[in-house]
Design a protein around this ligand. Structure first.
Ligand code: G3P
Ligand code: MG
Length: 353
């Protein structure tokens, strides 16, 4: 009898391969499935709905908890995705929990960055939007911003009614996290410079910069617009350029996400858990993968990462996103170039049959 993983038991016959799918530009463009992704993913499940091939999504995007993204992806793609099958750029922020669990930290980006961090276990998280709302005039052009911002705070949506959850004038911020693509670059650059160069107390001076973490460093990515959009890496460049001109020491930061080798190592561990969840003894790592396929659209991120990770990674580049070339990418050539994700899955299943 096989032990089931959640309610989606894997077939007892465990394949010695797994697949990591990039999301933006491979599986989706904005919220629209592309490249035959729903059909391709369906082929990874058996008739009973059991997962036949261990796979996960390895994206540099994010902004909502992985559990919520799994529900969203399930709806958009028509297959049942488990939270453990979603790895966001910010997912490895969990590894910093020990260091900052009870410290005041700031999280910014689209979606619900503070909720993401709270779900990882960080106890004192404020979104940059909420934090900024406690400082009158911190953003001198805010009155010219005609859009309305909905704060994530449980204190209510009108900043004037907000009761600070922490004493922001004496409680030092200990770290700042860029969880997802920032929405209001001007405000975020201003407030991050304030926090970083004041030692966590805006308005003060302190040469010692506090730690800054980015979920990813993508310069461009494929969204719904026909040509690539500016990614988190370009926000990092903007912040860094400004900070380095107004502060005595250059900006120090750490970027997570692909192409970092640890992202691929971690993906391998998750795939092995998915694979071995059908073992009677639940042994993780008893079956090493012969091949793990990375299907991506960005040579500098997905393909570079898979190439650096080495064995057992095999990189497949699609033409549905950042890369549109006829031949392979010159600097980071993939092991295989195809038009769509459907073609990639077709190749894999033939190769592994
Ligand atoms: O903001 C998302 C983008 O940076 C990349 O997403 O799925 O192509 O890794 P993805
Ligand atoms: Mg992509």
């Amino acid at each position: 009898a096989s032990r089931s993983f959640s309610h989606l038991p894997l077939n007892t016959e465990r394949p010695s391969f797994g697949i990591a799918f990039d999301i933006d530009g491979v599986v989706l463009r904005g919220r629209v499935p592309i490249g035959g992704s729903p059909q391709a993913l369906r082929r990874l499940y058996g008739d009973s709905g059991a997962l036949k091939v261990p796979f996960l999504f390895l994206t540099n995007g994010g902004g909502i908890p992985e559990s919520r993204r799994a529900i969203e992806l399930s709806k958009l793609l028509g297959v049942h995705i488990l939270p453990s099958q979603v790895v966001h750029g910010h997912s490895p922020f969990k590894t910093l929990l020990k260091r900052f669990e009870n410290e005041l930290i700031i999280a910014t980006g689209k979606g619900e960055p503070a909720l993401v961090m709270s779900e990882y276990g960080f106890k004192k998280v404020l979104s940059l939007a909420e934090y900024a709302s406690y400082f009158e005039d911190i953003d001198p052009v805010s009155q010219y911003k005609m859009w309305t911002t909905k704060l994530e705070s449980s204190n209510g949506s009108d900043p004037k009614n907000l009761i600070p959850r922490y004493n922001v004038t004496s409680d030092r911020v200990k770290a700042a996290f860029v969880v997802s693509d920032p929405v209001d670059w001007g405000r975020d650059i201003q407030v991050l410079c304030d926090i970083l160069r004041s030692g966590g107390l805006p308005g003060h001076k302190n040469a010692q910069q506090l730690p800054l973490y980015f979920a990813a460093d993508d310069l461009e990515y494929q969204a719904a617009f026909p040509s690539e959009r500016l990614g988190m890496g370009t926000f990092r460049i903007a912040l860094e350029s400004v900070f380095n001109r107004i502060h005595c020491n250059p900006l120090e930061y750490v970027s997570f996400g692909k192409p970092n080798p640890f992202v691929f190592k971690n993906a391998e561990v998750i795939l092995r858990q998915l694979q071995s969840s059908s073992n009677d003894n639940g042994d993780v790592g008893s079956n090493l993968f012969k091949t793990i396929y990375m299907i991506g659209d960005n040579p500098l991120v997905d393909i570079k990462g898979a190439r650096q990770a080495g064995h057992p990674w095999f990189s497949i580049l699609t033409r549905t996103g950042v890369f549109r070339g006829k031949d392979n990418h010159a600097e980071f050539p993939a092991d295989l170039v195809v038009d769509t994700v459907e073609e990639a899955v077709d190749y894999i299943l033939k190769e592994e049959s």
